[in-house]
Design a protein around this ligand. Structure first.
Ligand code: ADP
Ligand code: ZN
Length: 303
């Protein structure tokens, strides 16, 4: 049996067929359109084409898992108000998909689904208690606790991008001051580093300037950002008592400097002795994490 995974993102929507071992059998991607009901037509057509081209029978399709950015409402099956999918606000994605398919359809936020992917075939295979944090354009987390996903009442648990870390840095678009996402995401690193050097640079260029020794101010900024991520991790560790923290997303590509800094911060500041020993590891899945996570919502009993 196979499942369909659909990962709706700000720019593209990835669609795949995933078997019960977490293998991606076939996949495709569409640009995420601004007309959601039209987009659902296209998604349904793409799913049927993938199944047809692969020569699978529709009867062995176990279900369709959908991941999308939050805020959403999994109780109602709607995409609520994700900042980078404005045209989709309030769209009933689950009911719309049900018009095309009669198999079970599950729906969770993308970071939560990616956490389940890490548990299934990634860095979280060995533990029933871990937090997956993605540091990319924004910052989000998926929480796996007691062998189950912790989704919250409406699927929005783990939105750690908006825990307050340092109010002195400025006001986040959400209205709070000093949110983690506003001061430590890839977007934030690029914004703050660009201010320092007086031209537009990416977060990757900021890391290059910092670690080549070329710019001491940018190095200080990056050290501060890694400490902020450490503070976020300690908050999660003190709250949830995980055995493992998995960090993924584009910014985690920087590798050892981030993982060493966060590990060091946790060793110093987590409140309890076992918390201070929490391991911090890179995500094992990168580009297909969203797809595999969406399909995992069907293959795995996660609730
Ligand atoms: P998305 O947010 O769409 O899921 P990514 O996870 O690739 O995409 O995250 C994009 C963010 O990560 C951008 O802010 C980008 O600058 C940053 N990023 C991507 N690759 C790297 C890298 N190798 N080093 C540092 N930052 C990176
Ligand atoms: Zn915020």
């Amino acid at each position: 049996q196979y499942a369909v995974g659909i990962d709706i993102g700000g720019t593209k929507t990835a669609i795949g067929l995933i078997d019960s071992n977490g293998q991606v059998l076939a996949k495709t991607a569409l640009p995420t359109g601004s007309e959601p009901s039209h987009m659902v037509d296209e998604i349904a057509a793409a799913v049927n084409k993938l199944i047809g081209d692969a020569g699978f029978s529709a009867s062995s399709l176990k279900g369709i898992g959908i991941g999308a950015p939050g805020p959403l409402d999994t109780k109602k099956g709607i995409i609520a108000e994700p900042p980078n999918l404005r045209e989709w606000w309030g769209f009933p994605i689950v009911d719309s998909m049900k018009r095309y398919f009669s198999v079970p359809i599950t729906f969770e936020n993308d970071a939560t689904a990616a956490a389940l992917a890490e548990r299934w075939v990634g860095a979280g295979r060995e533990t029933d208690h871990f937090v997956f944090i993605t540091v990319s354009t924004g910052i989000g987390a998926g929480i796996f606790s007691h062998g189950k996903l912790l989704t919250g009442a409406t699927g929005n648990a783990g939105d750690i991008g908006h825990i307050v870390i340092d109010p002195s840095v400025g006001t986040c678009p959400c209205g709070q001051k000093g949110c983690l996402e506003f001061i430590a995401s890839g977007t934030a690193i690029a914004r703050m580093a660009s201010e320092l050097v007086g031209r537009e640079i990416s977060s990757k260029e900021a890391f290059d300037l910092a670690f080549s020794g070329e710019n001491a101010e940018v190095k200080e900024l990056i050290d501060r950002v890694f400490r902020y991520i450490g503070v976020g991790c300690v908050t999660m560790i003190n709250t949830l008592d995980p055995e493992l923290v998995i960090i993924g997303g584009g910014v985690s590509q920087v590798g050892a400097p981030l993982f060493d800094a966060v590990t060091d911060y946790i060793q110093k500041h987590a409140l309890n002795p076992s918390g201070r020993r929490t391991r911090v590891v890179p995500a094992a899945l990168s580009q297909d994490a969203g797809l595999i996570g969406a399909a995992a919502l069907i293959h795995i009993d996660y609730k």
